[in-house]
Design a protein around this ligand. Sequence first.
Ligand code: HEM
Ligand code: FES
Length: 784
Amino acid sequence: STVEVSRQATGCPVAHGALSAERTPTGCPVSRRAADFDPFEDGYQQDPPEYVRWAREKEPIFWSPKLGYWVVTRYDDIKAIFRDNITFSPAIALEKITPTGDEANAVLASYGFALNRTLVNEDEPAHMPRRRALMDPFTPEELKHHEPMVRQLAREWVDRFIDDGRADLVDQMLWEVPLTVALHFLGVPEEDMDTLRKYSIAHTVNTWGRPKPEEQVAVAHAVGNFWQFAGKVLDKMRENPEGGGWMQYGLRKQRELPEVVTDSYLHSMMMAGIVAAHETTANATANAMKLLLQHPDVWRELCEDPSLIPNAVEECLRHNGSVAAWRRIVTADTQVGGVDLPKGSKLLIVTSSANHDQAHFADADFFDIRRDNASDHLTFGYGSHQCMGKNLARMEMQIFLEEFARRLPHMRLAEQKFSYVPNTSFRGPEHLWVEWDPARNPERARPALRHPEVPVPVRVGEPSRGAITRPVVVERITRAANGIVRLRLVAPDGRPMPRWTPGSHIDIECGHPDLSRQYSLCGDPDDSQALEVAVLHEPEGRGGSAWIHANVKAGDKLRIRGPRNHFHLDESAKRVIFIAGGIGITPLSAMARRAKALGIDYALHYSGRSRASMAMLGELAAMHGERLVVYAGDEGRRNDLAALLATAEPGTQVYACGPKRMLSALESHCAAWPDDTLHIEHFESTLRTLDPLREQAFDVELKDSGIVVNVPADQTLLSALRGANIDVQSDCEEGLCGSCEVRVLGGRIDHRDVVLTRAERDLGARMMACCSRACGGEKLVLEL
Ligand code: HEM
Ligand code: FES
């Protein structure tokens, strides 16, 4: 029978609900569900984040008596664990989760098996110097050399089955190609590849699986053979260490740094490196293709617009990644999510659960290939041990998806039941059967499709938000005032539009991908069917509004990016003054609507040349009544800003959008107000281009990653970080949008963006990596 114990009674921060008879090592009661948790069960194998949903929601860290591990399920807790690799050591990352029996151990010993720590399970201070020494072959610059090899392999393997109408993508391609890529990347001679291929699978079962006692001995023999053969291959490489592989690079580094790149490391990595690069990527691609084909409308979109592939890869890694969980061991008494963990506690950190945490990913279970923070997923880990091969994996996945989308857009998932090799961490379907009608293969009609002259470029590194476009249909276009049209945009297939918050804008491509203009959303954020913008005809402008006014009709298709918000309303404000000039009313109309809904005390001051030229007057008057004050120039009324803002009122916020002249006047009128009173929508950057002759180089120390990156005078911080394989998102790259923000732990910042307020700048805790730098060439410390 079960009993209920209240939180107060146990002193534990977790409300456990129904309890089992067991207790944690710290003496707390264990809930029924925690006691039942078994990662070798089908439920976990089929869908790990779903299997621990209850925990993510109610008991984010729990003790699993069956596993003997603490299980951690939330994004913030897991990221904090990754961030601190001293308190949370990775030493057990590759430890056998099911200890082998004496017989299997004897077999392993007979082969001289001595797999030792490599990188992923190495502690400091040994790990970082080794990682630094071996990083170069993984930088985006170096990885580009492998692109033709990956493409060629992918094409050849698709050739083999493209006329069959049916294939198991795992057995017929996804298992073999990433393995071959891994062997090439490591530098294994062609003639040894087949032997290494054979042995590698046994290693996974040996480490992460639960082989039955009678299987253990056979597995041990295979692992022993793998170990010995890896040694032989390495010896061969030693004779000719000038090759282009990562192992040869390691052998050359050993001459320079023999204490850092040890023999034991090299032999172990020769074996572990294959597994690290192979199964992770094979499984990730199989998971991705399964997910995409389970959403045929998404797959169709991807085939029609391959520029979506880089972000789709990221969203697949988030939604259904190939590493479901990782491990750490606690080296000193500590707390995670408020739960006391004594030294020696073992942690199963369920990264796949973190990737479905609502607190970090909006509508987290929704599969959205345009999600703009998809690359925040933890499938590659985070911090000083973050996957070194992430950009090789991303490149492979992009190429595989692109080949499938171009050559087999008509493929669909065959009827099947998916099976997984039972283990805690590596996850992908053992088979993935797909079908198509070969008569409809696009390259039968257009043979050139097999070998396009200009392939879709691979994006090395994390995707940029700016590249994600979305097709929309103009449902309505109406005249909103003299020279102003209002557009109502809907999804082509009637699906809901993305959610947005007041102050957001979208970018509309005005007839050409290079001519894209930003327009604030002015409709109702609760209307999930449409996005609305108002566009003023600006004959002196750069051509975007003129194109819209001349060309756009109801029923037309347009491409947009966003919505994105650089102009957030502080919803905790007590009093707000909105000041709009002309077309600047668009973002403020949505904000004022929200202020009203929240019960904020607000006023909306709206000025224009004449009533006939002012959009939305009727609806604003109906909604805001006396809170709306209209200043029409031709009626002799103008907004006297000096009078309006004469006395500073602490607690009042001012939001403004309109002509430049009005905004600079506002800036001077608000000078006496508390910092952070005035919020202005910026659409144009004031940034000058980087002038290497006037800039200074500086260093940034990355606290979470344990490295120092030099930013030369002719590079931005953003590009230097990317060159060092650090993922930082970006969008505008001109200091406008805030998406490249990084947290600063120390050093003086030369802020050059228009995102941060004066007070935020003075605080010095954040900076925009695309434009801001260090003062006077000093060092900055970043939380990256
Ligand atoms: C580390 C996942 C592909 C090489 C890791 C870690 C994870 C991971 C979870 C541990 C991270 C941590 O502790 O913070 C993946 C996934 C892949 C993939 C999901 C494919 C989709 C690759 C490839 C290589 C590679 C292609 C190429 C050789 C490594 C190395 C480390 C590592 C060397 C150890 C880094 C260190 O501890 O400093 N990977 N990996 N991985 N991965 Fe990958
Ligand atoms: Fe937009 Fe840096 S990328 S502010």
